[in-house]
Design a protein around this ligand. Structure first.
Ligand SMILES: Nc1ncnc2c1ncn2[C@@H]1O[C@H](COP(=O)(O)OP(=O)(O)O)[C@@H](O)[C@H]1O
Ligand SMILES: [Mg+2]
Length: 257
């Protein structure tokens, strides 16, 4: 085991590390290592840059809250640590592969349909779960996101620009009731086992917020495939968001995060 892992990890929690491996695809905000240890399998997620170090801290807090107050299928929080060079989060490793990988390996449209149907069902479960008390708020999530977007455009390299941000401020969709949301609900951040999407990972964006943001991100990769969008909403058991709502969030707000 290399020294860096030794310094950062609490061996008392993980047990002796027997082997390490890595996901097929790293995310954009962190470096993730799978650890095989005497006590089981863990995921060690490390962030070295801002704002991702802050996101990881939020993910740790929200994971602990959701573990305590809900039965949602997410990793178990184990440990969070801040060091001068990095923040790191240790959690349980869940079985399965990200939906992106499962779609890549799927051989038929039927397989893809059931993947998206189960994705819709899982997302409905999240949106109908009572948010933990600490997340519940009367504040409007979208306003806070627009505020953060304005900060991000000034301080970080993001895809969005001032012009788009002004448009988003002036053209907000009609408000709907806020729910528990994932906040980064793409095909990279849900896991598939036995042909079904069954768990959420990458939880830094979880909030009491606008469920249309999750719906837009969940379906962004299948916009040119109405059959799969239909399967997703069959699982979600509601009518689709409008094309205007979709575009407001995907290609709009998402460009600032
Ligand atoms: N608890 C977990 N169980 C299994 N695989 C995980 C887990 N957490 C992360 N992964 C894997 O690591 C990848 C990157 O993790 P993620 O939390 O999405 O990081 P990022 O915030 O950088 O996108 C995921 O796409 C997935 O393959
Ligand atoms: Mg991710």
């Amino acid at each position: 085991m290399n020294k860096q892992i030794n310094d950062s990890l609490d061996i008392k929690i993980t047990g002796e590390i027997l082997a390490q491996s890595f996901p097929k695809r790293q995310g954009g905000t962190s470096f993730t290592t799978f650890l095989q240890t005497k006590k089981g399998q863990f995921v060690w997620k490390v962030a070295t840059e801002l704002p991702y170090r802050e996101w990881l801290k939020k993910e740790a807090e929200v994971m602990e809250l959701l573990n305590k107050e809900t039965e949602l299928p997410i990793p178990l929080f184990m440990h969070y640590k801040e060091q001068p060079e990095e923040n790191s989060l240790l959690m349980s490793k869940l079985e399965g592969v990200p939906l992106r990988e499962a779609l890549h390996d799927a051989n038929s449209i039927e397989e893809k349909r059931s993947l998206f149907l189960s994705f819709g069902t899982l997302l409905k479960l999240l949106h109908t779960t009572r948010p933990p008390g600490a997340l519940l708020t009367k504040n409007i999530w979208l306003e806070k996101q627009l505020h953060t977007a304005a900060y991000n455009v000034k301080h970080y390299k993001v895809d969005g620009n001032e012009e788009l941000l002004t448009y988003l401020k002036l053209n907000q969709p009609k408000p709907i009731p806020q729910t528990l949301i994932h906040g980064d609900c793409t095909i990279d951040n849900v896991l598939v086992k036995d042909g079904m999407v069954y768990a959420f990972i990458d939880l830094a964006g979880v909030a009491h917020g606008d469920p249309r943001y999750d719906l837009a991100l969940a379906t962004r990769s299948i916009q040119s495939n109405p059959l799969l969008v239909e399967a997703f909403y069959e699982g979600y058991d509601s009518t689709p968001i409008s094309i205007e709502e979709f575009k407001y969030f995907d290609g709009g707000l998402y460009e600032f995060f």
